[in-house]
Design a protein around this ligand. Structure first.
Ligand code: FMN
Length: 190
């Protein structure tokens, strides 16, 4: 199984990068082929709303999303990691998500193709607040939004309390995250 972890945090060695990489590590230990993509290493511009993609020839913005679109065709699963910023995904995660519009559309769209439907998705959030239910309505909504885009959402994982202790120092989190990655592989073998 080929998996991309997309780290939509400006912090390359922050909490989000740590949890996404642990999930990938768990998957890799069970035979997954993994890659980490860091938004902050990439040139990804916001969607310009030109709607050229609707005509069926892809996105016209010449940046690193072109590489991602190619890579996306090859993968089975995406792990999208984002810090919670002001109760929502980061601007980086939203920019990335908006750019998926060129490649992924809901079933009711005239340009829907089965080809890109049904990829597995794990959403992984970190947040400063210790209450993991604080933004539950937003996480539920976001899950539904990705399901509408025909992702097979395997989980929405929220790691709270980052204001007290970074992810890397939370006891047991290492194994919890790795198990999420290994479960992704084990489930696909069933
Ligand atoms: C601009 C900004 C906004 C934030 N907003 C929230 C928030 O609304 N709720 C929350 O619990 N934490 C919030 N945080 C804390 C981050 O979600 C938290 O520190 C996260 O783990 C950072 O991830 P990173 O290390 O990958 O950058 C915010 C942090 C920043 C920088």
């Amino acid at each position: 199984m080929k998996i991309i972890g997309f780290i939509a945090s400006p912090q390359k060695e922050g909490n989000t990068a740590w949890i996404v990489n642990k999930i990938l590590e768990g998957a890799k230990e069970h035979g997954g082929e993994t890659q980490s993509w860091y938004f902050s290493n990439l040139n990804i511009k916001p969607c310009n709303g030109c709607l050229t993609c609707v005509e069926g020839n892809g996105c016209i913005i010449n940046d690193d999303m072109q590489r991602f679109y190619k890579a996306f065709n090859e993968i089975d699963a995406l792990v999208l990691g984002s810090p919670v910023y002001m109760g929502q995904m980061s601007a980086q995660a939203k920019t990335f998500t908006d750019r998926l519009f060129a490649q992924i559309t809901p079933r009711f769209s005239p340009r829907f193709t089965e080809e890109n439907a049904g990829k597995k998705l794990i959403l992984a959030f970190t947040q400063g607040n210790p209450d993991s239910n604080m933004f539950q309505a937003y996480f539920d909504y976001t899950k539904k939004m990705f399901q509408m885009l025909e992702f097979d959402v395997k989980g929405v994982h929220v790691v709270p309390g980052m204001r007290n202790e970074p992810a890397s120092e939370k006891r047991g989190l290492d194994n919890i995250m790795k198990n999420i990655g290994s479960s992704l592989i084990k489930e696909s073998l069933r």
